[in-house]
Design a protein around this ligand. Structure first.
Ligand code: SF4
Length: 220
């Protein structure tokens, strides 16, 4: 008789840490971040390139133990691009089963349809200034629900004009909150705020709180 060998569910992790949520409508909430390693995109303004490679292979059960030890109710699974890992969906479901309030930060380039419906999906739309606009998986847009969020990071006025057209063409604000933020150090936040008010855009302006607090230090 052939013996069936069960492989443990393994994830590749860059880091797990407790911090303040810096983005999304959950901004300001003490949150445990689970950063999975790897991303198939290369956004021009990416601030987590250290998560592209390396990391440590961890059993799902060990990840859950680490999250529990940090003692926070909110958990954000991020990357890299977490959905690029085979067992990300299992991790998200396990976190929901354990009673956490779970969010997922995803690039919008991969299918979000398999994500546990208890998870709040914070999905990017990549504007042209990211150099990854062709990676937007537009089939994801009809999957967005009121508990999800759409995030567009803008490098310049051309990005803003693109975002405004996408919001109108796809009626994005009717699906979920739409968050616009400037690329730090590239687009003046006050300028973006003025454009939003001028055009009466149905969006939420946001700055990355963790950058204001800790200047993008890793693990914060
Ligand atoms: S999707 Fe996110 S992690 Fe990947 S390159 Fe773009 S900003 Fe960086």
């Amino acid at each position: 008789m052939t013996e069936v060998v069960r492989q443990p569910v393994k994830l590749r992790l860059t880091e797990i840490f407790a911090s303040i949520q810096g983005e999304s409508t959950r901004v300001g909430l003490p949150t445990t971040f689970v950063r999975l390693t790897g991303c198939p995109l290369r956004c021009s303004w990416c601030d987590t390139a250290y998560a592209f490679t390396g990391g440590e292979a961890r059993a799902l059960s060990d990840v859950l133990d680490d999250v529990a030890a940090l003692g926070l109710r909110h958990v954000c699974v991020t990357g890299g691009e977490p959905l690029a890992q085979k067992y990300c969906l299992a991790l998200l479901t396990a976190l929901c089963d354990a009673g956490y309030s779970v969010s997922l930060e995803t690039s919008g380039a991969l299918d979000i349809g398999g994500v546990d419906p208890r998870v709040s999906r914070v999905m990017d739309l990549k504007a042209p200034g990211s150099a990854e606009v062709t990676r937007n998986r537009l089939e994801n847009i009809p999957l967005l629900r009121a508990r999800d969020e759409l995030k567009i990071v803008l490098a310049d006025q051309a990005d803003y004009d693109w975002a405004r057209a996408m919001i109108a063409d796809h009626d994005l604000a009717a699906r979920c909150p739409v968050l616009l933020s400037p690329v730090a150090g590239t687009l003046d936040p006050a300028q973006l705020a003025e454009w939003i008010v001028r055009d009466r855009l149905p969006v939420r302006f946001q700055l990355q709180l963790h950058k204001i607090l800790w200047n993008d230090a890793r693990g914060r």
